[in-house]
Design a protein around this ligand. Structure first.
Ligand code: PLP
Length: 389
């Protein structure tokens, strides 16, 4: 693997630790109309489409901004104003999708499970059968607010059988978990530069099924977020409609070179799985309790119950671990006090071992001895499946 600078190691959902080469790729100025930049954008879009084996049936359309900008762009572009979305929710990013639908005026019904339960295909199937007005299903592949993985292939098969559209937030899984567009049918699949592809943050992208995109003219509520118009502009001139994030594009292109050299999805997934297993082993050995059982855990980010010990305080814990060189992340759950530790980015097993070592030293320093959560917080509910407007 390539060398890592001595910056703080980011064990978060993003921005993530990047390699020195990726950072260095930002040192060149490009004009938006330079042929070199137009070529760079076109090559980048083609390579991103190739990662999901999108072929000629799909096209990758990049969009300036963070991941949420592109999720909003995909929802607004792919769903006409008359659409009715079934939004699958088992965490914060699913909830955000419902909020976007409300703000952009798309009708939505919520299919919700508890945050420690995956959204399975069966309730999606039942909801689509029960309500023929549902035109689209929206699902988060890896729900990064816990690290739980939702079964995308099964959900996609059900949605295809019902002939509805599928929009996937694959923000934290793209590049780490295999998604094959030849087997997994979707209208749009959204991700961004600063996650598992290990670029810097600043550009999102949607892989769009051309047959679905072609009928999306004038759907979008927004000028800037219209993926149809963005696509047409790239087709016409190869250029971005508005000022492109040139350095982010250059860094992502460099990061993709490293992705290829490191064995693509297989290589990245193996490194992240090793990181995740090392992290869970180490944290459990210290006495921390994971929010998710291992069988539901994607190798992206882990969620930990806050220790019940009265000496524990997340702010102090965070600051002390940060002083030792590692950035953790607060929890984002509706119930229980938790914190998160990511396994992704240009980091490897030895960084995870060093982080666990730092955490061990910090809990000792803080005098935290009871690492288990209060009993009510580790209680898992049975299902909690609901469908609501
Ligand atoms: C699954 C998922 N969706 C959406 C987002 C939002 O991305 P951003 O914070 O870049 O807007 C994230 C960020 O981590 C995410 O993990």
């Amino acid at each position: 693997m390539t060398s890592i600078t001595p910056d703080t190691i980011l064990l978060t959902p993003g921005p993530l630790t990047t390699t020195a080469q990726t950072k260095a790729a930002q040192l060149r100025d490009y004009g938006s109309r330079d042929h070199a930049f137009i070529d760079l954008t076109a090559r980048l879009a083609g390579r991103l489409n190739d990662i999901v084996r999108g072929g000629d049936e799909h096209v990758c359309v990049p969009m300036q901004g963070s991941g949420t900008f592109c999720v909003e762009a995909a929802l607004g572009t792919l769903m006409p104003k008359s659409a009715h979305a079934l939004v699958c929710i088992n965490g914060e990013y699913g909830r955000r999708i419902a909020t976007i639908c409300d703000i952009i005026g798309r009708r939505r019904t919520i299919l919700q499970t508890d945050e420690d339960q995956p959204i399975t295909a069966a309730p999606v199937d039942a909801a689509l059968a029960a309500d023929l007005s549902l035109s689209h299903v929206v699902v988060v592949h890896c729900e990064t607010s816990t690290g739980i993985l939702n079964p995308l292939a099964e959900i996609s098969a059900v949605v295809a059988r019902h002939r509805r559209g599928l929009i996937v937030d694959a923000m934290s899984s793209f590049g780490a978990l295999d998604i094959d567009a030849r087997n997994i049918r979707f209208d749009g699949l959204v991700a961004a530069s600063g996650k598992c592809l290990e670029g810097v943050p600043g550009v999102g992208f949607a892989i769009l099924r051309k047959a679905a995109l072609e009928i999306c003219r004038s759907n979008c509520h927004s000028l800037a977020l219209d993926l149809y118009d963005q696509w047409r502009a790239f087709e016409r001139s190869g250029q971005w409609r508005f000022t492109p994030p040139t350095t982010v594009v250059a860094a992502l292109s460099e990061a993709l070179d490293q992705f290829d050299v490191q064995g693509g999805i297989a290589g990245r997934s193996a490194r992240y799985r090793a990181n995740c297993a090392t992290l869970i082993d180490g944290m459990e050995e210290l006495g921390f309790v994971s929010f998710l059982p291992r069988r539901l855990q994607a190798p992206i980010i882990t969620t930990w119950h806050a220790p019940a010990d009265p000496q524990y305080d997340f702010k102090a814990f965070y600051a002390k671990v940060h002083a030792r060189g590692f950035a953790l992340y607060p929890g984002k759950l509706t119930r229980g006090d938790t914190f998160r530790i990511g396994c992704i980015g240009a980091i490897e097993k030895r960084d995870i071992l060093a982080a666990v070592h730092a955490i061990s030293a910090v809990v000792q320093e803080m005098g935290v001895t009871r690492l288990k959560p209060a009993p009510a917080e580790s209680h898992r509910s049975d299902s909690g499946l609901t469908v609501s407007d």
